[in-house]
Ligand binder design. Structure first.
Ligand SMILES: *Cc1c(COP(=O)(O)O)cnc(C)c1O
Length: 227
């Protein structure tokens, strides 16, 4: 299992090098919903440095399993799912990046909780670029209207944007979504953030190459690593 993940990771890193050159700094986040605590140990041994979990309970369980092996510091914990406010307390102590902040009231609550812990929490804003009803995330207009309120937090630091491509075979639509996220990041940087938005989390197993071509700094990979 470890050898297979290692080989898959090598291939992905090779794609990153071919598309973006050496030392691009692009992060490969392993989407860990497909695996358990022991699976995370395999992932670490295969050389993965970041994991992205969708569910609070699963992250908590996996983290506790790694603690028993003193391995919990070997990996950075990203949250990539739908975060409910009443569950923030279970991950606030150790989560490194919450990629999927999808509403303003969640930002406020994260700021409050992080401040109580005396820490600064890095987050990404999830944006619904494709405009699909089913997709989570801020609408572009909503963020532009929030304006300076987005840079008024003391304990939450917004580092960039995240999006999910629509579920389609049409690669032009996928590319358009990723390009749209990059252009919107640039617009927000200019109008509100003064260049502070450096991260673009976009691209999964089937479309990460396109995302890399469009400027992704973080790709979230599940099946392509495990299969
Ligand atoms: C599962 C998941 C991924 C990875 O999906 P794959 O297609 O298996 O690579 C990426 N991002 C999120 C939010 C996910 O839930």
């Amino acid at each position: 299992m470890v050898e297979k993940i290692k080989k898959n990771l090598e291939e992905i890193k090779n794609d990153i090098k071919n598309i973006r050159g050496e030392n691009s700094g692009v992060k490969v986040v392993c989407a860990s919903k497909y695996t358990d605590g022991q699976g995370i140990v395999n992932i670490i041994n295969a050389g993965i440095e970041y994991i992205g979990e969708n569910r609070v309970q699963a992250m908590k369980d996996k983290r506790e399993y790694l603690e028993t092996l003193k391995l919990e510091e070997k990996i950075a914990w990203h949250f990539i799912g739908n975060l409910q406010k009443n569950k923030i307390k279970y991950i606030i102590d150790y989560v490194d990046l919450i990629q999927s902040v999808h509403e303003y009231s969640l930002l406020e609550e994260l700021d409050k909780k992080a401040s109580q812990k005396g820490r600064v929490l890095d987050v990404l804003l999830e944006v619904n670029i494709s405009g699909e009803e089913s997709k989570h995330g801020f609408e572009r207009e909503e963020l532009l209207n929030l304006g300076e309120k987005l840079v008024s937090f003391s304990s939450v630091r917004i580092k960039g944007l995240m999006t999910m491509a629509p579920n389609t075979e049409d690669l032009d639509i996928v590319r358009g979504t990723f390009r749209g996220l990059r252009e919107f990041r640039d617009e927000l940087n200019q109008k509100i953030f003064n260049g502070a938005l450096t991260e673009l989390s976009m691209g999964m197993s089937n479309d990460y190459r396109i995302a890399l071509e469009e400027g992704a700094t973080i790709i979230r990979i599940g099946t392509r690593l495990f299969n």
